[in-house]
Write a protein that binds this ligand. Structure first.
Ligand code: FAD
Length: 468
């Protein structure tokens, strides 16, 4: 350990918030250590979140497409078989490649990685317990980036085998015949999609009357219909009230809002009802760090807690639990520490559900505009009228642009369709630059491409779409 274990900044947690903050701080000339309790760097996102789930989503989509999507292109395929161990091994390889890449980036940027569990021992002192005992790091500043963990359901406690969380759902040894997913948010729909594509009969139970409750209502409903066409079933306004192991797997009691309850028997039940901040063993409360009623660390606009020189970012503080939100907060926090300006535009954080079609959005929904009393003009354009989508045979969904009726400024863009996750980048950029719908509409888009649907939806705001 260089410099007698004294650092300008000790980052606790190496998820996308922590590792990105550590690298940026080192670029700005700070002496930085990043403490991680797990063997691999990268946090939830790289190890058991964004990356392994997307690796399985991509592989399972190729499997489904090869089975069902080739004939229409005049390609005959027979003998298509699933090799689940190979699919899992590829996923693990992708994860390994990226997590070990962080170690390389730390080396390049002279960030000191420290393996062990960190505890805020005293102001300016972080105690790290690792395999070789305890050591103390002296820190001018501490940045807490300890992330989150799956929220358990009291009536449906995890047993790691038949009642599982997202981590176990990424490593199932075989395709379940029947799977129940509790929670119709991004994680439930994505992992439900993976196993549905691989052959499981998947039923999704959601307590609320809509799937992806934060999404634009119309888009969420369209996504539900698309997933139903793929074979997934939905039980809305229904909650899981209890589970008992059975010979086959697990019997789950479901209670519908109408008061009717019933039992379903499945091989495996995935509980995906959200995540909660993780601060176990951190000693933050003992040091006097303030938390809100949801267990999140309270910070000011500089990401500093009520304890001077202790900062926090990412899933452990309020806001959407997203990797890119954690990254941007990490960068802004350390830039401000180094005397620069730092800023996160919370109005322009994209949110994606990586099903097929994908649902991506940035900014406000139609419902939020109504609640806030903002008069808006809305332009929509379906992918069935987009040339490239037709060439690809991917015509489900469409684009919706929501613009301020008074100023034409873009307030929200919602995309359901092929590669919506990529298409949303243009929307986020437009919002970041305060673009008007007309700016988007007058930007030359290459033809034939999927982003032309964004341009057309922007044209439709002023009722002048060309291709519909
Ligand atoms: P984390 O990534 O949770 O990292 C925190 C790290 O801190 C962990 O490595 C932990 O071991 C370490 N730590 C905790 N306490 C200590 C301690 N005391 N000492 C040392 N180390 C400690 N987000 C997206 O934006 N896009 C997606 O596609 C996406 N997909 C997801 C799929 C799944 C299945 C899941 C579960 C999540 C997904 N997320 C996605 C959410 C995303 O993973 C999180 O928002 C993101 O990882 C938060 O980053 P973070 O840096 O705040 O915390």
């Amino acid at each position: 350990m260089p410099d007698a274990a004294r650092f300008d900044l000790v980052v606790i947690g190496s998820g996308p918030g922590g590792y990105v903050a550590a690298i940026r701080a080192a670029q700005l000339g700070l002496r930085v250590a990043c403490v991680e309790k797990e063997k691999a760097l990268g946090g939830t996102c790289l190890n058991v979140g964004c990356i392994p789930s997307k690796a399985l989503l991509d592989s399972s989509e190729i499997y489904r497409h090869t089975q069902r999507g080739l004939a229409v292109h005049g390609v005959k395929a027979s003998g298509v078989e699933l090799d689940l161990p190979a699919m899992m091994a590829r996923k693990d390889k992708v994860v390994r490649g990226l997590t070990s890449g962080i170690a390389g980036l730390f080396k390049k940027n002279t960030v000191t990685p420290v393996v062990g569990s960190a505890r805020l021992a005293a102001p300016g002192r972080v105690a790290v317990t690792g395999a070789s005992g305890e050591q103390t790091l002296e820190a001018e500043r501490v940045l807490i980036a300890t992330g989150s963990e799956p929220t358990p359901l009291r009536h449906l406690p995890y047993d790691g085998e038949r009642v599982i969380g997202s981590t176990e759902a990424l490593t199932l040894p075989r395709v379940p015949e029947r799977m129940l997913v509790v929670g119709a948010g991004a994680v439930g729909l994505e992992l439900g999609s993976v196993w549905s594509r691989l052959g499981a009969a998947v039923t999704v139970v959601e307590f609320l009357p809509h799937i992806v409750p934060w999404a634009d209502r119309e888009m969420g409903t369209q996504l539900q219909r698309a997933l139903e066409r793929q074979g997934m079933q939905f039980r809305l306004q229904t909650s899981a009230r209890g589970a008992a192991r059975s010979e086959r797997g697990v019997r789950v009691t479901l209670a519908a809002a109408a008061g009717v309850s019933e039992e379903v028997e499945v091989d495996v039940a995935l509980v995906a009802v959200g995540r909660r901040p993780y601060t176990e063993g951190l000693g933050a409360r003992e040091l006097g760090v303030a938390f809100d009623d949801k267990g999140r660390i309270v910070v000011n606009e500089r990401f500093e807690t009520n304890v001077p020189s202790v900062f926090a970012i990412g899933d452990v503080i309020p806001g959407p639990m997203l990797a890119h939100k954690a990254e941007e907060e990490g960068i802004a926090a350390v830039e401000m520490m180094a005397g620069h300006a730092g800023h996160v535009n919370y109005e322009a954080i994209p949110n994606v559900v990586y099903t097929w079609p994908e649902l991506a959005s940035v900014g406000i929904t139609t419902e939020e505009a109504a609640t806030r009393g903002v008069a808006v003009n809305v332009g929509t354009f379906p992918f069935r009228a987009n040339g490239r989508a037709r060439c690809m045979e991917e015509t489900e969904g469409g684009v919706k642009v929501i613009a301020d009726a008074r100023t034409d400024r873009v307030l929200g863009i919602h995309i359901l369709g092929p590669r919506a996750s990529d298409l949303i980048a243009e929307a986020a950029l437009a919002m970041e630059f305060g673009a008007s719908a007309e700016d988007l509409a007058r930007t030359v888009h290459a033809h034939p491409t999927l982003p032309e649907a964004v341009k057309e939806a922007a044209l439709a705001v002023a009722r002048r779409a060309i291709h519909i």
